[in-house]
Design a protein around this ligand. Sequence first.
Ligand code: HMG
Ligand code: MG
Length: 292
Amino acid sequence: MADAVEVVEVGPRDGLQNEKDTIPAARKVALVDALSEVEFRRIEAASFVSPRWVPQMADGAEVMAAIRRAPGTRYMTLTPNLRGLEAARAARADWAAVFTSATDGFARANLNCTIAESLDRFAPIMEAAREAGFPVRGYVSVVTDCPYEGAVAPAAVARVAAQLLALGCAEVALGETLGRGTPERVDAMLQAVLEEVPPERLAGHFHDTSGQALLNVEVALSRGLRVFDASVAGLGGCPYAPGAAGNLATEDLADRLAALGHATGLDREALSRAAALARTLRKDARVPHHPA
Ligand code: HMG
Ligand code: MG
């Protein structure tokens, strides 16, 4: 049997944040509750970001207050500033997540500041999180391609990943935001990042716009990564990444990992039920490539 792999479910956040029509909080709660039955170790359940920027995520506190928490699952939320972290603590989130970018162009579009300014903003968040005993994930977006700056140099990704680790992030998630990275370019990016950050502190977050996310997971597996994000029913996109389609579908990832002999600890039938529910939330959610 190959090593165990953790699948982090990000659908309730990365999946739903891009939806134009308001999804009632109760339906988001139903999705998180269905996902809690799948026995993920972590679910990214909400964002505490500006409602001016991402109106769909404005009800994070309401969602977090109503979900049924599974004992083995930790609930993560996005926290772009100190105010977000305080909201996450009040909502009894288990993990916070800060997010920046490998390019200034994407950082400006997503956070209204440069990479350096975003890292300065994270310092007090990290301090408050440390005091509260709160682990923090740090995302780097656009690790191969940026909608504003084009191809991204692996060294730029490695630099930001190292800075997030130095700030105290427990884990650095590498966001292939546009889903255009080929396995060869993902491999070159990982090679550079791994000179700065050990594989056990990294997570792969691959969008599947051009159908290469599973190949990119396999490249990352061969480089030693053992944590991957996915979104139930392939929900997703990013409001500041025009053209980015869904994340890798959790069902596809679970099936591929099983075929490769990696245990994930997921309840596959509960995952199919959650995917059916997710498809009712979004008209164009994909049917997985490898239906069970
Ligand atoms: P700003 O406009 O520069 O900051 O935004 P601001 O301080 O002037 O705030 C603007 C308004 O938001 C103010 O309200 C604040 O009070 C309010 P107003 O006075 O105008 O009524 N505000 C907040 N409200 C609630 N909670 C908060 C909060 N902060 C400010 N925490 C800011 C800067 C960072 C706030 C903004 O740019 C922002 O919220 N950005 C988040 C964008 C986002 O969520 N993007 C999607 C997630 S990232 C992603 O999808 C990529 C990822 O999946 C990985 C990958 O695929 O690459 C993670
Ligand atoms: Mg994403």
